[in-house]
Ligand binder design. Structure first.
Ligand code: ADP
Ligand code: MG
Length: 584
């Protein structure tokens, strides 16, 4: 995902405001508390002036001391409450962004997932969103309260002595010009640092997803270098950003010191000529001192926003990936619902504009009920047929229909609730075996589970497992064999009572006994449901009601085993080799 893809994207502050809007009232409360904190601080120099003048005119100072203590306590209390409210609101903004991104990523089109690194997307949800916290508190609120405090302080300074204010502002304008050069550099470095975190996430995902292969290939050192390089790149860019942020902060600090000295010199001269009193000079110097904090706040807000907007841009890119419409899941078919029919009519399809066509006008008709086997060499486009039926992708030309209705007219959840899909390398998710089975139908009752376990011959396995159905499997539990995994996937699909079962048969994963059992299961299911099988075994193919022979993105022939052996040389050859060489 390059930044050039999103040149037309709206500015990042609009995205930020979208996340902030639901919390605007608490944010305003927090900002108000900060302002009050600032205001109490702002009154202190005035009280100090009273106090000094009282002292120099031999008046009692009890009143002034009392007011001063009150202000200091109010300042601390308001400050504490304010920072709690702000931090809490900022966390809510992060939460909002994480929820929005998570929901969006679950809806991503498979096309989008094909072309992005999952690890990088993960970094966008976990790491980039974290930066919104500082953007909300430091940038948004900092800019608001810092800016207001700045204006208020300047007004107060003008009231105390306009001449000294002029001196102060001159110094600030010079410093502001320098800052204008520094600040954009922070943004560039931050963006590169966050991108490097994304690269690291992608590399981690790649390595952890194939750790056995990495180890077996003795590639640890090379993979380690990839990871370290990404970590170092993030370090390098973050250090660059830190360097510019420090330069910005110190430029502001230096400007204030210079302002302080200049005011002291010019103010001293004015006291000497009798233009102002000492109390006025002290009050003004205190204001210069107080100016420091809102100026640091505004500079901090701007520099922080540079880091944050780099993260916002990465979040925005993720939110512009193609996604499916948001929709509630549709109810599963009732028991005994009518089987579905499927048809392809001159379907042309390629996975991306820069890739070759995978389907060059595929046409076939599968009536409701019965079993249809898809056979053909690896790469013929069989798995792609299933992906198009699930509408993971849309055909470029031609029409796919289910129940005679163009898939484009189906609501996606309705379509998918009608289908049970067993992927070629069907994954077992980490969690219990029960969770795996109920993934597609959490409401399935115990009776249904028992029946499905029996038909998929998983009952024997469950009896052997230490905690039965509650045994943890997959990533962090008992590992299942290839054949067991496939049967779990079939059981999972069957529990959805599908009107259409898509079974992408894994090659040579089942032993002879289980293969026979599964064949019976599929034959059973095919009596009440439409079953499409990508088949690699002669035994599966021979019992199909019809066979679709595919080759190089075209349907070569359709018929029964007997017809095809006699009529199609490719099929005859595949049958002669027992289909075994046709993995894929
Ligand atoms: P089969 O299941 O018959 O072996 P597939 O339908 O899986 O064939 O693949 C057909 C062609 O499409 C192959 O050349 C394969 O490389 C390509 N292909 C499959 N999936 C993708 C994808 N996600 N992105 C790009 N190309 C793909
Ligand atoms: Mg395949």
């Amino acid at each position: 995902m390059s930044s050039t893809e999103t040149e037309t994207a709206p500015p990042t502050w609009r995205l930020l405001l979208g996340y902030v809007r639901p919390h605007r009232w608490t944010l305003l409360t927090g900002a108000l508390l900060s302002l009050l904190t600032g205001a109490t601080g702002l009154l202190l120099p005035l009280v100090a002036r009273e106090l000094i003048d009282d002292l120099s005119h031999d008046r009692t100072i009890t009143g002034a001391l009392f007011v001063m203590s009150g202000l200091v306590i109010a300042n601390a209390a308001l400050g504490g409450l304010g920072s709690y409210v702000l931090r809490r609101t900022a966390e809510s903004v992060v939460l909002g962004a994480r929820r929005a991104l998570s929901s969006y990523l679950l809806r991503l089109r498979i096309t989008a997932v094909d072309r992005t690194e999952p690890g990088d997307l993960m970094a966008r949800i976990t790491s980039d969103t974290t930066l919104l916290r500082e953007v909300t508190t430091d940038s948004l609120v900092g800019l608001g309260t810092g800016g207001l405090t700045l204006v208020a302080t300047v007004v107060m300074m003008g009231l105390v002595d306009p001449v000294l204010l002029g001196v102060t502002l001159a110094v600030i304008v010079v410093a502001g010009t320098v800052l204008g050069v520094i600040v954009p550099r922070i943004n560039r470095a931050s963006r590169q640092a966050q991108d490097a975190v994304g690269v690291m996430g992608a590399a981690l995902e790649r390595i952890l997803g194939a750790l056995r292969t990495v180890k077996a290939s003795g590639a640890e050192h090379r993979e380690e270098r990839t990871l370290h390089a990404a970590a170092e790149e993030s370090w390098r860019q973050s250090v660059r950003a830190a360097k510019w942020a420090a330069a910005a902060g110190n430029t502001a600090g230096l400007a204030m010191q210079i302002a302080f000295i200049t005011v002291l010199a010019v103010g001293g001269a004015r006291v000497a000529t009798g233009a102002i009193e000492v109390g006025t000079l002290v009050a003004f110097l205190l204001y210069v001192f107080y100016l420091m904090s809102p100026i640091q706040q505004v500079v901090g807000a701007v520099t922080q926003y540079q880091t944050g907007s780099a993260a916002l841009a990465r979040i925005q890119e993720a939110l512009h990936l193609p996604a499916e419409p948001a929709a509630l899941p549709a109810p599963l078919p009732a028991d005994g619902a009518a089987p579905a029919s499927v048809a392809f009519s001159d379907v042309r399809f390629r996975y991306a504009d820069d890739l070759p066509y995978v389907h060059h006008g595929v046409t076939f008709d599968v009536p409701a009920r019965g079993m249809t086997a898809f056979v053909g060499p690896s790469g013929a486009g069989k798995t792609t047929v299933f992906s198009l039926i699930e509408r993971f992708y849309d055909p470029e030309a031609g029409v796919v229909t289910v129940d005679g209705r163009d898939l484009a007219e189906w609501e996606l959840p309705q379509l998918r609730s009608a289908i049970g899909y067993v992927e070629q390398d069907a994954p077992v998710l980490s969690g219990s075996l029960r969770e795996n089975l109920l993934l597609g139908n959490p409401e399935a009752d115990e009776g249904a589970v028992t029946r499905v376990l029996k038909t998929t011959r998983l009952d024997g396995l469950v009896a052997k497992l230490p905690s039965g159905l509650d045994t943890l499997v997959g990533h962090r539990g008992t590992k299942l064999s290839g054949g067991e995994r496939q049967r779990v996937a079939i059981a999972r699909a069957l529990l959805r009572r599908p009107r259409l079962l898509l079974l992408d048969e894994a090659t040579s994963q089942l032993d002879a006994v289980n293969e026979a059992a599964l064949r019976d299961t599929v034959a059973d299911v095919a009596r009440t449901t439409t079953v499409l099988v990508v088949a690699h075994r002669l035994s599966t193919v021979t019992m199909a009601d019809r066979i679709v022979v595919m080759d190089a993105g075209r349907v070569r022939a359709v018929g029964t085993h007997r017809e095809l052996v006699a009529g199609d040389p490719l099929y005859a050859e595949l049958a002669a080799t027992q289909f075994l060489a046709t993995a894929g």
